[in-house]
Design a protein around this ligand. Structure first.
Ligand code: NAD
Ligand code: ZN
Length: 258
């Protein structure tokens, strides 16, 4: 059966009737918060394809200039002060209504937690900007500490424990995901009645493959994204409207019913 495009009424019904919903979010949930995505029309990489190098682990390790640029970018990242968007708040409502099985996110901006989502239910597949990790000894420290050193004049702060290279605790291309987080995400995809993918181009694996896991386990799949994705043929419904309007509409009944 061909997916029903823009069938918001059907998806609202599914959200209302589903006992458990697993949500996968991408950068498109945070564009309304002022954090650009990578591949959308105003995306970081759409405007400057060379910026992709900043997210490659080999370049980071071998190129000190790129590392210094990465630190400057981290220091002024919009995530430090960005307000959560209507989309983030709608997902908090879904959780308060007792329907959220897990909130799997590819985002590193901490905005789901800032909006009020229970950190225990947020699975950060690609890590977080809020911690720094030593690439040599694995020591994890608050990113704020590294940024304080940056502000004091260090342009490429090294690990205070072993002198190794520090990086944000985010997953760059060439790095693997935390196996425990990935396992929990796959389980949440396999055990939900409705899987909602929101604001993601669904081009990064293994995150995007969670859709297949959910569909294979019998869940309904709905994709909310402005642009087409490679997983559209697998979806039971495709909603093209902006996340900031569609997500609040999907949970409006749940909010009123409380
Ligand atoms: P992406 O840039 O590949 O895709 C974002 C998608 O969202 C695009 O298809 C775009 O058309 C759509 N979109 C943007 N704003 C929207 C809106 N308001 N309504 C509906 N659709 C909207 O992002 P992705 O799929 O998350 O790519 C994965 C990588 O990007 C991840 O590794 C993630 O860590 C990283 N990333 C994260 C952030 C963040 O933490 N906020 C920001 C940029 C990139
Ligand atoms: Zn170290």
């Amino acid at each position: 059966m061909a997916p029903a495009v823009d069938d918001e009424v059907a998806v609202t019904r599914w959200v209302r009737s589903a006992g458990s919903v697993t949500v996968l979010t991408g950068a498109g949930v945070s564009t309304d918060s002022g954090i650009p995505d990578f591949r959308g029309p105003q995306g970081l990489w759409t405007r400057d394809p060379a910026a992709q190098r900043m997210f490659d682990i080999r370049s980071y390790v071998t190129d000190p200039d790129l590392r210094r640029r990465s630190w400057r970018t981290r220091a002024r990242h919009p995530a430090w002060s960005a307000p959560p968007s209507a989309g983030h708040h709608a997902l908090v409502e879904l959780e308060r209504a007792g329907r959220l099985r897990a909130l799997v996110t590819q985002n590193i901006d901490g905005l789901h937690q800032r909006a009020g989502s229970d950190p225990a239910r947020v699975l950060e597949l690609h890590g977080t900007l809020f911690r720094a990790v030593c690439l040599d000894c694995g020591d994890l420290t608050p990113m704020a500490d590294a940024l304080t050193r940056l502000a004091a004049g260090e342009d490429d702060p090294a690990c205070l424990r072993c002198g190794g290279l520090l990086k944000s605790a985010t997953v760059s291309f060439g790095q693997s995901l935390d196996p425990a987080v990935l396992r929990a995400a796959r389980q949440a995809a396999a055990e939900c009645e409705l899987f909602l993918a929101v604001g993601s181009s669904l081009t990064v694996q293994p995150a995007a493959g969670l859709i297949r896991v959910a569909a294979a386990a019998g869940a309904r799949v709905a994709i909310v994204n402005a642009a087409p994705t490679p997983y559209d043929p697998m979806a039971d419904a495709l909603l093209r409207g902006p996340v900031g309007r569609v997500l609040p509409a999907l949970v409006a009944d749940l909010v009123q019913g409380r």
